[in-house]
Design a protein around this ligand. Structure first.
Ligand code: GDP
Length: 209
């Protein structure tokens, strides 16, 4: 197993390569991928930006707007590079039903048909807890056998004791999810807390390939 230099990976060159509104627009790739998924407004774009210390993903002031699979290529520090995929946020209340169905179909196809997808991170906002839309997504992941790891976002919004309570509740609930990896990562893009832990987690996935 070759050790990867985290700084080289996350401070090196990263570029937005393309967005896919339909699965048919997704390009075949032999590069390993990690993807992030979560409810609309969970803080996903902010986290992609924080990971790379760079404004590469669009932070939406209007939730639910970035409804496509966004592909980013990371060039440095790991073989020929790898890809980070920012998946569209689900559960946006104001989205039209036909858009929801379309997005679900696109996400499902991507998750099921992507052999180079090596880790999926499911983002949950601990101030809101697990919502019905998260549960629906997890049911889909369990049914398709796509494993995932939970990332709690916006942890700066909670006092330590409230975060502990929320974490305990989410962890206990997640025991019912067979496709969920044990343990979770906690981050705040705003304060930079835990971003290094997520970077380490991604690097560990790559080191074990
Ligand atoms: P997305 O819809 O999941 O991509 O979420 P965004 O990254 O666009 O963030 C949604 C809202 O949450 C924005 O107003 C962000 O400024 C805010 N936000 C994102 N990350 C954090 C964080 O770590 N802490 C706090 N307090 N707010 C955050």
């Amino acid at each position: 197993m070759k050790k990867i230099d985290i700084d080289k990976v996350f401070s090196g060159q990263v570029e937005f390569t393309y967005g896919a509104h339909n699965y048919s627009h997704v390009k075949e790739s032999i590069l390993p991928e990690v993807a992030l998924i979560g409810a609309s407004n969970v803080g996903k774009s902010s986290l992609v930006n924080s990971l790379f210390n760079n404004k590469i993903a669009i932070v939406s002031s209007v939730p639910g707007r970035t409804r496509q699979l966004n592909f980013f290529k990371v060039h440095d520090g790991f073989r020929n590079g790898f890809e980070v995929v920012d998946m569209p946020g689900y559960g946006f209340a104001k989205a039209q039903d036909k858009d929801k169905v379309h997005w679900q179909k696109t996400a499902l196809e991507y998750l099921m048909k992507r052999p180079n997808l090596k880790r999926l991170y499911l983002l949950i906002d601990p101030t809101k807890g697990i919502k019905k839309t998260d549960e629906d997504m997890v049911n889909m992941l369990n049914a398709t056998g796509v494993s995932f790891q939970i990332v709690l976002t916006k942890i700066d919004k909670l006092k330590i004791e409230d975060l502990e309570k929320a974490e305990k509740k989410i962890l206990s609930h997640s025991k019912k999810w067979p496709a969920c990896f044990p343990g979770l990562v906690k981050v705040s893009s705003l304060k930079g807390y835990g971003v290094r832990d997520l970077q380490k987690s991604i690097v560990t996935v790559l080191e074990n390939l």
